[in-house]
Design a protein around this ligand. Structure first.
Ligand code: ZN
Length: 65
């Protein structure tokens, strides 16, 4: 029994977004199939979606210590 898809809620339209296993990685960008908003995977266990805001900005804090 595989749980390949995890249904998440779009923070914009609250529609269901299916998060595939290969997308379940922090920082992955996903487009909401309902409203077209860009979402970013903010957590992988359990998977969570956040709006991909432009304040994500330049990749400055990208290098993890
Ligand atoms: Zn949406």
């Amino acid at each position: 029994m595989w749980h390949d898809d995890t249904l998440q809620r779009c923070p914009h339209c609250e529609g269901h977004v299916s998060l595939r296993r290969e997308h379940r990685e922090i920082g992955t960008l996903i487009e909401c199939p309902h409203c077209g908003a860009e979402l970013v995977v903010s957590n992988d266990e359990p998977p969570e979606l956040d709006p991909a805001l432009f304040e994500y900005g330049p990749e400055e804090g990208d290098h993890t210590p």
